[in-house]
Design a binder for this molecule. Structure first.
Ligand code: ATP
Length: 665
């Protein structure tokens, strides 16, 4: 027994009474400080505890310490004011004896207290064991994480009551947070980041702040109530927002480390300021090891499944690649127009910039995409291609982002998408101009957040992929016609690179034709004796609407129909080719084919594009009250660097001098 009582006479009475009843008294303390010293020396089986003691600390302070150490205690006090009694109850004592007491009262209270404690511990242990089993069984199920975590939250509710619970998962640079908001006795609303911001009445622009909060908040196990919770809220404005709008008053934070690479962080919020105490942390601490072991097994299993799926996909993708890309080894040509492109390729390749490759069909856009990938730090990883014009919208989405089993009719298995396949490498989206509008919005989100979600799942997956896109459409025209999102256009057009049509690089025709002829001759095992001068003249006089692909086809056909014994002549006349040559431009008469001047209606289109862009930007500026930079500014809304937006504004004649009514046009 330890007696903590500051009135010597009462303490001594108690000591004698206890000794007589056969108890051993290990000491009397008249203050919390002295009790601490005695407790450090020897652990009592039970403590008799007065509330008001010598010194600044009270019996309630000591109770918290005893509770943490699992030592039962009985209050002995003359104080029966309701506020003190409430505080007393919250400390979960094993009994309460009112002064002045009779010998009988003390001995009975002690007997009951000891029994209750021992019995309580046993019940507690049994409950804890079944909670542990239920939790590990739930987490081991082969179900999506949000569902499993929701069920686990429900199981924890009984032991650690909460009004809001957050689970954050971190694995390297990958992380996600789920929140479960209690809406009824056993009802929860699962909230992703956006839904959570909506719940606390904040716009999606606060997402970065929420992420930052998630990262800051959880570092070591701790309970926060009353002043500690208020102090915590002062550290982060969003936490203050949560406290206010959801009336939260306490929090408990608990990290769960799983193996060397994974971390789960749990946060419980409650509207009761006294909700969380050391015993809750102690419970979570005891549950941590079995739960972490289960999680480690489940995650390792998932990782193996993921890797084998990736290998399977990579394998089938590479088999396709071998068939389709064996001819992408060299880029032939040394005309100034092509050398300019080479320069740009060498500039941009080592960066992680998105590149927009423009040019007519057959000018070598895919070849340039491959060259950029091969000259980048990502060359050891895959370059994954997807032609946006080749598939219907629904299929493109699952091709890009993958899908979970059962995400749509026909999704019999889980499948990873091209973005996941290209992890660490490059994705090349050809014919981006054909991407349906709804997918443009999704692609934009992926580019901004650097995260994807498989169809049928709302678990974001971090992506580390460089994006290259190509189109033979005039994207600006598509923007002004409303078929291509302007914000996506700006995001993609970070580094536009235009491939010249073949008619603008006639000097490259001999080398290209020779290269294609040699290749075709080698393939069919026939000698190649050079190009006949008349064939070359014909090739150089043609306008090449199908560009290099057309040239390659014509040469290949000529090699097949030729006998290989004489210099190569063309297998068919170019005038009778599928396309007619472009009309020679008036001012270039006599100097061979030249690029035609843009016709008048194209100039009008250009003007229209500029006007549309100007109107669009002005509209956004009006919304932001003319603010370009900073949070909520036009640059942020348009997903542009402020400097880029300012440059565009200058080009479009939008002045930065802002009146109260908005920007001046
Ligand atoms: N400079 C070059 N040297 C050698 N071959 C080239 C060159 N440019 C293009 N080719 C060849 O021309 C064909 C068409 O090139 P590619 O597919 O890259 O064009 P593209 O612009 O992507 O066409 P599309 O817009 O139709 O997708 C390919 O077979 C490619 O190997």
């Amino acid at each position: 027994m330890l007696i903590v009582e500051d009135e010597y006479v009462i303490a001594n009475d108690l000591r004698l009474l206890l000794l007589e009843a056969g108890y051993e008294v290990l000491g009397i303390a008249d203050s919390v400080a002295e009790a601490r010293l005695l407790l450090a020396r020897q652990r009592p089986d039970i403590v008799l505890l007065d509330i008001f003691l010598k010194g600044s600390e009270t019996g309630l302070d000591l109770a918290a310490l005893l509770e943490e150490a699992g030592v039962p205690f009985i209050y002995i006090s003359a104080n029966d004011s309701p506020s003190v009694l409430d505080a007393v109850k919250a400390t979960q004592p094993s009994g309460y004896i009112v002064k002045p007491f009779r010998e009988k009262d003390v001995l009975t209270a002690l007997e009951i207290g000891r029994y209750r404690h021992a019995h309580g511990v046993e019940v507690q242990l049994r409950k804890e064991k079944s909670l542990q089993i239920a939790l590990t069984e739930t987490l081991a199920q082969a179900r999506p994480w949000p569902d499993k975590l929701l069920q686990a939250a429900g199981l924890l509710q009984e032991a650690i009551s909460f009004d809001l619970m957050a689970v954050r998962y971190e694995h390297g640079s990958e992380s996600f947070t789920y929140r479960y908001y209690r809406t009824g006795f056993d009802e929860y609303q699962a909230l992703d980041q956006e839904a959570f911001l909506r719940l606390i009445n904040l716009p999606a622009a606060h997402l970065p702040q929420l992420r930052e909060l998630d990262q800051k908040f959880y570092d070591f196990p701790r309970c926060y109530g009353h002043e500690a919770y208020a102090a915590l809220c002062r550290q982060h404005p969003l936490l203050q927002g949560i406290a206010k709008s959801l009336r939260m008053a306490a929090a408990l934070v608990m990290p769960v480390v799983v193996g060397p690479q994974h971390r789960f962080m749990l946060t419980f919020f409650s509207r009761q300021p006294d909700a969380y105490r050391a015993r809750h942390l102690a419970l979570l601490d005891r549950l941590e090891q079995p739960v972490a072991l289960t999680l480690e097994r489940v995650l390792a299993f998932e990782e193996v499944a993921r890797l084998s799926e990736r290998l399977r996909q990579e394998n089938s993708y590479l088999q396709d690649e071998v068939k389709t890309t064996a001819n992408f080894e060299e880029i032939i040509g040394s005309s100034p127009a092509l050398l300019r492109v080479f320069n740009q390729v060498s500039q941009v390749a080592p960066t992680d910039s998105t590149v927009l490759i423009l040019g007519e069909s057959g000018t070598g856009k895919e070849l340039v995409a491959r060259a950029i990938h091969n000259r980048s730090g990502r060359r050891a990883q895959l370059l994954v291609k997807l032609n946006c014009a080749a598939l219907p919208a629904t299929l493109i989405e699952s091709e890009l982002f993958g899908h979970e089993k059962g995400a749509f009719t026909g999704a019999h298995d889980r499948r990873i998408g091209k973005f996941e396949l290209a992890r660490g490498g490059t994705i090349f989206l050809d014919e981006i101009g054909e991407l349906p509008l709804e997918l443009q919005a999704k692609l934009l989100r992926v580019l901004q957040e650097k995260e994807i979600e498989r169809l049928g799942s709302n678990t974001p997956i971090k992506t580390d992929v460089r994006v290259l896109v190509a189109t033979n459409r005039e994207l600006e025209k598509e923007v002004s016609a409303g078929r291509f999102r302007m914000d996506l256009y700006f995001r993609l057009a970070v580094f536009p690179l235009t491939l010249p049509p073949l008619r603008e690089r006639l000097a490259d025709i001999p080398a290209l034709a020779t290269y294609f002829a040699q290749k075709a001759a080698r393939n069919i095992g026939r000698p190649f004796r050079g190009l006949a001068p008349e064939a070359l003249a014909e090739l150089q006089a043609y306008a090449w609407p199908g560009n290099i692909r057309e040239l390659e086809n014509i040469i290949e056909q000529s090699v097949i129909v030729g006998d290989g014994q004489r210099p190569l002549v063309l297998g068919r006349s170019l005038a009778s080719a599928l396309f007619q040559p472009a009309p020679p431009p008036a001012q270039a008469a006599g100097s061979g084919p030249r690029p035609a001047q843009p016709p008048k209606d194209l100039l009008d289109v250009k003007q229209l594009q500029l006007e549309t862009e100007r109107e669009y930007i002005l509209g956004v500026l009006v919304k932001t009250n003319g603010r370009v930079r900073g949070s909520g500014g036009a640059a942020e809304l348009l997903n542009l660097k402020p400097t880029t937006l300012e440059y565009r504004m200058e080009k479009l004649g939008i002045r930065k001098s802002i009146t109260a009514a908005g920007p001046e046009a």
